[in-house]
Design a protein around this ligand. Structure first.
Ligand SMILES: [Zn+2]
Length: 373
């Protein structure tokens, strides 16, 4: 628990505390480095993310062992027999049916270890569901602010876990603004998967698992959905830690996928800008990545550029086609997850050679019913 918070803009250090969810300068915070990853110290036989607890290094086992639902350890396999070097990691096979469980369990465990009495979060749905589930296990009350258009299945599961769900008019940013206002007035712990760097300590296990499942190597390309970039930044961090420990010679190229209707990262990438500017979003089926002003836009662009990767966009027709293709391969995921597969098609259309390409499928299809594909 010796790790500290560090500002992503000015390098200022702050102690890990329930109050510090962003730097006084307004920028998001990271955490100082964990111990170097040592395969000899990993929990043998534990398939969950807590196998990697020596390098999550934020919460005591007495806390996380009460909260865990066995999150992590998701399958990695070729979905399409005609493409053996294209592997999907089925991260929708999680306790709350999305990859967000990786980060949510760590974040709630940190909140418990910092003696939080109540939690406040904002979400387009999946993060809220994950936070609600682990808050229930921790016995902490939680208020979750969501956009008015959040799918009913996500609202129902958050409420089933006991969360007070507040639907906010005006989209994803309005939900975030309402949560920040509530944090200011009530002093609740801001369990934000976007601002809190503890969340990325959970999502970095995606990279560790991938490395292990590939027999101790990184893929050539990793294609990831990007809204707030919590999986991309976590994966980049995980591969950076593997690289630093001498376990992978070269981290993968990161290919970021955005829905064309809401693509601030792609716009900045095309314009060669160092950070994102807010965009006015159009309607998209991929509501889980429809983030018009990502808080960590600069970090996302830096990670993609540093990996030698790029940003691709997918339109609504491609997302719908990807939903259909995946269902035809036996996998029923939500449109946000299918957008990644559409991004894979766009990426492969421009790539020559037999590269090992991995992509996640992040959210289950039952989370966004009823719909027809
Ligand atoms: Zn700062």
């Amino acid at each position: 628990m010796a790790r500290a918070l560090v500002c992503t803009e000015d390098g200022r250090q702050l102690p890990l505390s329930a109050r510090h969810w962003r730097c006084p300068c307004g920028a998001p915070l990271d955490l100082t480095a964990p111990p170097l990853l040592d395969p000899a110290r990993l929990g043998a036989g534990d398939p969950s993310i807590w196998r990697w607890s020596p390098v999550i290094d934020l919460v005591d086992e007495r806390i996380w062992s009460r909260l865990t639902l066995g999150e992590g350890g998701t399958p990695l396999l070729p979905l399409d027999p005609t493409r053996p070097s294209l592997l999907a990691k089925l991260d929708f096979l999680m306790p709350t049916l999305s990859f967000k469980d990786r980060g949510a369990v760590v974040l709630v465990a940190v909140a418990v270890s910092l003696s939080a009495r109540s939690l406040i979060a904002d979400s387009s749905g999946n993060a809220g569901t994950a936070i609600a589930a682990y808050a229930a296990r921790a016995g902490l009350p939680v208020r979750i602010f969501v956009p008015a258009a959040t799918p009913g299945a996500k609202l129902a599961s958050m409420r089933a876990h006991g969360a007070a769900v507040e639907q906010v008019d005006g989209g994803r940013q309005a939900a975030a603004d309402a949560a920040v206002a509530a944090v200011k007035t009530t002093g609740g712990f801001y369990a934000s998967h976007v601002w809190q760097p503890a969340f990325l300590e959970g999502t970095k296990t995606f990279a560790f698992e991938l490395w292990q499942q590939l027999g101790g190597r990184a893929p050539d390309d990793l294609v990831l959905p990007v809204g707030n970039g919590t999986l991309l930044l976590g994966a980049a961090k995980g591969f950076a830690e593997l690289h630093e420990a001498g376990l992978v010679p070269l981290p993968p190229r990161l290919i970021a996928v955005q829905a064309a209707a809401c693509a601030p990262v792609a716009a900045a990438w095309r314009a060669g800008l160092p950070t994102t500017a807010p965009v006015t979003p159009g309607p998209t089926r991929a509501e889980g990545i429809a983030i018009p002003a990502p808080v960590r836009g600069r970090q996302i662009l830096t990670a993609v550029a540093g990996s030698g990767g790029r940003v691709v966009t997918v339109d609504e027709e491609a997302i719908l086609d990807a939903c259909r293709s995946l269902a035809g391969l036996g996998v029923y995921v939500e449109p946000t997850a299918a957008a990644t597969y559409a991004g894979v098609q766009a990426h492969l259309a421009e790539e020559a050679g037999d590269r090992l390409v991995v992509f996640p499928l992040c959210g289950a299809g039952l989370k966004s019913v009823p719909r027809k594909i």
